[in-house]
Design a protein around this ligand. Structure first.
Ligand code: BTN
Length: 230
């Protein structure tokens, strides 16, 4: 099992920036983030009591698979609230986003940035509905949640190193939301509608449309049922 060193910063621009200067197997978490960033060039709002952390790993060959490894580690750490994972790595509770994950590479490192809304969540200006653990009657210290995530992540990495992506994929599918349901996938230049038919052995989203099956490697997913992201 990997052992991580944990560092705390009272305030920083983004823990992903701080992480660039840290050695592998270190995790940094912050009390405030002044320039938190999200996927697709979006911003990530901080909030007092929330977990904003970045975990530094050696850059693996298939870095994109760590979307699934990381999202599973978070989902397992808050399993008491029955979370679901929306492809590729958003964690939802009752259809609302509670955690986002941003993977970045820097030199020979993989940086896994994780934001979990524990005490607060943004009320406006979000593409998705949001929530926080507190809204569901549970709170946890950010540091305790981070150490649970690191423990699950260590276990997942070991499993991945020994057995490859297949068992991770199966477990991720257990947590996946919207399988068999109609979704819209927003790509940079178009939106495609189809049925979410799972993920393939490389983590690509399988979208079944009237005419064909498409394999999507990057995009934003929305459930089509009037209630977003359930
Ligand atoms: C997303 O869903 O768009 C990803 C959000 C990732 C947010 C976390 S908070 C800690 C780390 N530092 C950042 O600037 N972003 C990630």
């Amino acid at each position: 099992m990997k052992k991580f060193e944990i560092i705390f910063k009272e305030t920083c621009t983004s823990t992903n920036d701080v992480a660039k200067e840290l050695p592998v197997y270190t995790a940094v978490y912050a009390g405030r983030q002044t320039n938190g960033r999200g996927r697709m060039g979006r911003t990530w709002q901080d909030g007092q009591g929330n977990l904003m952390t970045s975990i530094v790993l050696p850059k693996p060959k298939q870095a994109h698979l760590f979307s699934f490894i990381a999202s599973l580690s978070v989902a397992q750490s808050i399993a008491f609230l029955s979370p679901r994972i929306k492809w590729p790595n958003d964690i939802l509770i009752e259809g609302k986003k509670v955690c986002g994950i941003l993977l970045e590479t820097h030199e020979d490192k993989l940086i896994i940035g994780i934001g979990v809304n524990i005490e607060n969540h943004p009320q406006t200006g979000m593409l998705y509905k949001t929530t926080c653990l507190k809204e569901h009657g549970r709170t946890v210290e950010a540091k305790k949640l981070l150490s649970d995530i690191l423990q699950n992540l260590s276990f997942m990495i070991e499993c991945f190193e020994k057995k490859g992506f297949a068992p991770i994929r199966l477990e991720w599918l257990e947590f996946a939301c919207g399988i068999g349901q109609p979704i819209t996938v927003n790509l940079p230049n178009q939106s495609i509608e189809g049925i979410f038919s799972g993920i393939n052995e490389n983590g690509a989203l399988i979208l079944t449309t009237k005419n064909q099956t498409q394999f999507i490697t990057a995009g934003d997913v929305f459930m089509i049922d009037g209630k977003k992201d359930e």
